[in-house]
Design a protein around this ligand. Structure first.
Ligand code: ATP
Ligand code: MG
Length: 437
């Protein structure tokens, strides 16, 4: 750690005042980021673009979409923003960090050429192969004819993935040849995911529990965060359609210190090293989607940003000032900073609109948020809400992430559901088994 007076002078804004921060995005992840940033003594003003109904209590919401990079840059220049933190994936792939840096603005997140580790599954799979990072075996295809031919000789289930971003829908687990062919044709011929489906990856189906590990990295040093697990299916017992995530918990029960050491040596450090070697130094949040198979831990995917809803259970466990860490990453001195975690657990139960992830209504009044937050340990992060006439109303599929910290997972689960039980909106839907895995 650097001596405190030195830190103060380097971390405060160039204007010598406390900092103004802009957070880009408007979901539960961004609410959590704003919440954590608001606890920093280095920060006196937070803006969030576009924000949401819950974020509005902590930050000034600015009506600019997360992908409107020109206007975000203009806003940051006009308002002398000292630090911008980018939440979602699409602006990162579009090069928001490069655009901010070109104007001399401080921004937290990977450059476009490094964000490719999430933006292209062909790139990330080839990277893992080249550098010996454990992952499912795979083949890349540039046309549907070759892919269909290949599918005649694979074992099922098999996994078909569109190369690019597809809102979490570009991965199809095909149970048989017909399903796989259908997936290939939809992605490559019907272009249901547009350009994201120009190339596909077909890979080996892996069996095991999934673990998410987010990390801070400045391109040289990598500091993993505490582990998390999420529940993607809409209904209890992992039934129903895949969603953006119906809940999450931290730590994972299966991520032992031995596994963590293995991941550090065989996955985390090699990935950062590989990116550097490829001339794509990665600075920001590197997210490892891991699976524990019989042959050991393998990488399912990388993301180039905080996960949603994993962030909701990880950041409440982070001790100290996240802005210090962001600054250290930007200045490439992460090795100087001590990142410490609470020895506790956190659970986030997502409350969704009835019908999500397919079709749902919006605009219902939400009651009971204050009562939930009156319970010790509960924080309600807003995902899809809007402030209308001073009332919080539903404005998306995933509406709230009711989050609780506790001394252990059982305690956190109980507390989170005590919070959920205080909240009501029409047709609300949530899983009753979050954290029990
Ligand atoms: N090889 C595989 N074997 C088994 N399941 C897989 C495999 N690849 C992906 N999956 C399943 O599909 C999910 C999504 O895959 P992946 O993470 O590659 O896609 P994504 O669209 O980038 O996801 P996200 O929206 O979480 O970033 C995984 O969480 C996992 O459950
Ligand atoms: Mg991904």
């Amino acid at each position: 750690m650097l001596p405190y007076p030195f830190m103060l002078t380097t971390l405060q804004s160039k204007r010598g005042e406390v900092m103004k921060v802009l957070v880009v995005g408007g979901g539960g992840r961004e609410h959590t980021l704003v919440w954590k940033i608001s606890q920093s003594p280095l920060v006196d003003k937070i803006y969030c673009a576009p924000g949401n109904g819950g974020i509005a209590a902590l930050a000034e919401c600015v009506d600019i979409s997360a992908t409107d990079i020109d206007n975000l840059v203009k806003f940051a220049v006009d308002n002398q923003i000292d630090l911008t933190v980018v939440g979602p994936d699409d602006p990162l792939m579009m090069g928001i960090v490069d655009a901010f840096e070109a104007k001399g603005l401080r921004v937290f997140g990977p450059n476009q050429n490094a964000a490719l580790i999430e933006g292209s599954k062909v790139f990330s799979k080839n990277l893992m192969k080249k550098y010996g990072i454990p992952t499912a075996t795979y083949e890349v295809f540039e046309n549907s004819k070759d892919a269909v031919e290949y599918l005649k000789n694979v074992s099922y289930p098999t996994v078909v993935k569109a190369e690019g971003l597809a809102l979490g829908k570009g991965v199809i687990i095909a149970q048989n040849y017909d399903e796989a062919v259908k997936a290939v044709k939809e992605i490559m011929e019907d272009k249901v995911f547009g350009q994201a489906g120009n190339r596909i990856v077909i890979e080996e189906f892996l069996v095991g529990q999934e673990i998410s590990v987010l990390s801070f990295t400045d391109g040289n040093t990598i500091v993993p965060m505490v582990s998390a697990q999420d529940h993607k299916r809409a209904f209890d017992n992992d039934e129903g359609l895949n969603t953006g995530g119906m809940g999450t918990f931290s730590p994972s029960r299966i991520y032992t210190p031995e596994i963590a050491d293995y991941c550090m040596e065989k996955i985390f450090k090699p990935t950062v090293q590989a990116m550097k070697q490829e001339g794509r130094k990665f600075k920001g949040i590197l997210y490892f989607g891991l699976i524990q198979t019989k042959e050991g831990i393998k990488v399912l995917e990388y993301n180039a940003r905080f996960g949603d809803p994993e962030t909701q259970v990880v950041l409440p466990r982070l001790k100290g000032d996240i802005v210090e860490i962001f600054n250290a990453v930007i200045d490439e001195r992460l090795s100087d900073v001590e990142v410490e975690w609470e020895d506790n657990a956190a659970v986030c139960v997502v409350m969704a609109s009835g019908g999500y992830p397919v079709k749902y209504e919006k605009g219902y009044t939400i009651a009971g948020i204050e009562d939930a937050e009156a319970i010790e340990g509960v924080t309600v992060f807003h995902a899809g809400t809007k402030l209308v006439n001073n009332k919080i109303v539903t404005a998306g599929g995933r509406v709230l992430g009711v989050t609780a910290v506790g001394s252990d997972l059982d305690q956190a689960i109980k507390t989170a559901y005590a919070g959920v039980n205080k909240i009501y909106f029409k047709d609300m839907h949530y899983r009753k088994d979050i954290g029990i895995k």
